[in-house]
Design a protein around this ligand. Structure first.
Ligand code: ATP
Length: 402
């Protein structure tokens, strides 16, 4: 079903207090932000609300504080960076209880277009359990709620879901809208042919993704460590390659499902093998390429082979929509990154809508310099996987439909 959520373009926030859940979970080293991508990504929504005359109250989690407030998880450095990027003052409401005296006073003093950043929502133990009274306390600050933290949308927390029990005027921000458009709607109602590419280490991590995408796509490509369980399920010798023996039957089921649905399921036809897994992971390694059914018992498959690279690239060429999640091999090692690079290149060269589903494949695409060649790179690893599994994400579900 196509999602059609109320967005920040549909609401009138003039003079209103707007609570915005953003994803400011940035990497920090000794109190210094080492990558501010997530702050930059939130700017369009924040600027829009400022321009419309809203009073913008931002909230986010940062890291995983276990026992309440901890200085190293404070959002203080984010407030400083955000003020620089916006070119206007950002009041940091530093309260250990998040919605405390400082936050209330700061919000009370706001004028239209002002920005306040609350302290780390995970300083409150209720946050990750979606419990009261934190949800109602957060809600008491504002009249409108905007969700723009896709990376947290797969979790029903106070700041992503609970708060909407008390604020009925809700919308998604631009970042969320983009994720919904690409990951949701492109997968639900794709322009065909639709090719899905899955890789990564284990079949077990992606059982539901394989099954769901098989129903939606025209061609499912499987590479990476997870391919060897499929090869073994076809009766092939896979040597010391990564295999999940408990999932052999599942792989057989998926191959039967593909056949029944008339979907193409492409598996590696050759593979890059070595005597052992590289140690260190990026260290030198001797490799050879053999056909998929010729893996010696004492060798390990660590990347797709050259013929497979061509096969996969060819399948991508004729596609109109491509979704990719998970690397084709041990891409951390330059010798074993060729398969992943070739898939990234194939995606970069096609005119199809190309969607990268977070995690390692997103990192690989960015690292290889292909980021601007992709239609969409998801900002949420876990959230994008759950979306591809066909799950309803709580942080999207709670937002009003148009
Ligand atoms: P995330 O879960 O963060 O979204 P992902 O879904 O992109 O990541 P994972 O399932 O985590 O991918 O798997 C990535 C890992 O799989 C990489 O570290 C890579 O080295 C490893 N991997 C890929 N191919 C193989 C292989 N043939 N043998 C062993 N490991 C492999």
């Amino acid at each position: 079903m196509k999602l059609n959520k109320v967005t920040v373009d549909d609401i009138n926030v003039k003079g209103k207090k707007v609570l915005v859940r953003v994803d400011f979970n940035v990497p920090l080293k000794d109190g210094v932000i080492t990558n501010d991508n997530r702050i930059t990504a939130a700017l369009p929504t924040i600027k829009k609300l400022i321009a419309d005359g809203g009073k913008v109250i931002l909230c986010s989690h940062l890291g995983k504080p276990k026992n309440g407030p901890e200085e190293k998880f404070s959002l203080a450095p984010v407030a400083v960076r955000l003020a620089e990027l916006l070119g206007q003052e950002v009041v940091f409401a530093n309260d250990d209880e998040v919605v405390g005296a400082n936050a209330k006073a700061a919000v009370e003093a706001m004028k239209d277009g002002d920005v306040v950043l609350l302290q780390n929502t995970r300083f409150r133990k209720e946050e990750t359990k979606n419990l009261e009274p934190f949800s109602s306390e957060l809600a008491s600050l504002a009249e409108v709620f905007v969700m723009d933290a896709f990376g947290s949308a797969h979790r029903a927390h106070c700041s992503t879901a609970g708060v909407t029990e008390h604020i009925k005027d809700t919308a998604v921000g631009y970042l969320m809208q983009k994720e919904i458009d690409y990951l949701g709607n492109a997968v639900e109602t794709p322009v065909r042919p639709f090719v899905a590419i899955l890789g990564g280490a284990k079949v077990a991590d992606k059982l539901n993704v394989i099954s769901n995408l098989l129903e939606k796509c025209d061609t499912l490509i499987i590479g990476g460590g997870m391919a060897y369980t499929f090869l073994k399920a076809q009766g092939m010798e896979v040597g010391k390659s990564l295999v999940d023996d408990t999932k052999i039957d599942y792989c057989k089921e998926m191959m039967e499902k593909a056949e029944k649905l008339g979907k193409k399921l492409l598996l590696p036809v050759d593979t890059t093998i070595a005597a052992n897994f590289p140690d260190p992971i990026d260290g030198p390694i001797d490799v050879t390429v053999v056909d998929a059914d010729k893996i010696p018992a004492d060798m390990e498959g660590l990347d797709i082979g050259t013929k497979t690279q061509e096969l996969f690239a060819e399948a991508v060429k004729s596609a109109k929509t491509v979704v990719w999640n998970g690397p084709m091999g041990v891409f951390e090692n330059p010798t074993l990154a060729k398969g992943t690079i070739s898939v990234a290149k194939a995606l970069a060269e096609t005119d199809a809508t190309t969607i990268i589903g977070g995690g390692d494949s997103a990192a690989a695409v960015i690292q290889l310099g292909f980021a601007d060649k992709m239609s969409h790179i998801s900002t949420g690893g876990g959230a994008s996987l759950e979306y591809l599994e066909g799950k309803v994400l709580p942080g999207i579900d709670v937002i009003a439909d148009k």
